[in-house]
Design a binder for this molecule. Sequence first.
Ligand code: NAD
Length: 288
Amino acid sequence: MKIGFIGLGNMGAPMAANLAKSHEVTGFDTVAQPAGLTLAADAAAVADGADVVITMLPNGDILRAVAAQIHPAMKAGAVHLDCSTVDVDAARAVADQAASAGLLAVDAPVSGGIGGATNGTLTFMAGGSEQAFEIVQPLFDIMGQKAVHCGPSGNGQAAKICNNMILGVTMIATCEAFVLADKLGLDRQAMFDVVSTSSGYSWTMNAYCPAPGIGPQSPADNGYQPGFASELMLKDLRLSQVAAMAADADTPMGKAATALYAQFVEDEDGAGKDFSAMLPRFESRRHS
Ligand code: NAD
């Protein structure tokens, strides 16, 4: 397959590198110029003649702008596969735009972070037609370990946003429970041993424990270096609130989590720290 790859940042560069082992890949980024990839002069040149154009960009506005550049240059029947995390409306608008240009579109945000992108173990949550999903499935198999077809365009973003809203809320709940346990004189290891095998268990407790020295190795054991940075969690929580507003869904816990991460990242010292650094934040007993 002839593949164009636009957005060669922390995630895009290793994803493109994995694809380039078995496909012809041409990349473009306004800033990044990773070694070892064939690079083009602009986005349209990447799209010209490609069977699939993958975008891995910071947000929905940039995605819309790049889509407007590449769709006219893509050949009929080619697929625009967007793997960025963006708002559901942007994903659906780009898919509509692709359809009116005679193209197919898949929105497939990822879970798994930079490690998953490098090791080819990402999980993709995909929205789009069955036909489009089948065309890009072999690329998912190279870049990831799992791809779930979630329904029509925008549903990949919907799945990502809902998952990460649960993740943000659960991390906060896990961190505040540890701080309460501390105050009540409950040993952290005992807390972990009980909760991780009881009804309070969760991925944030069992697999990514925010307390240093407890549970499996996690960013807490590495000075809260990310991992998954607090500002990325804030981005995804904000997308959940944009979606909730647009869909008139009541998400009070998502709203509270968004406010806490916004305060942590923008007014405190949370930027650049893993999202599990909510635990030391609560330990220092800041009020929101
Ligand atoms: P990044 O900022 O490292 O990379 C984005 C790249 O896009 C940059 O290199 C930038 O120069 C490029 N870019 C911006 N505007 C452009 C344009 N008009 N044309 C071409 N290139 C352009 O970000 P990242 O960490 O690689 O994340 C990419 C996407 O993946 C984001 O939507 C993010 O939310 C999502 N994501 C990231 C992670 C993670 O752990 N980093 C995990 C899951 C999902």
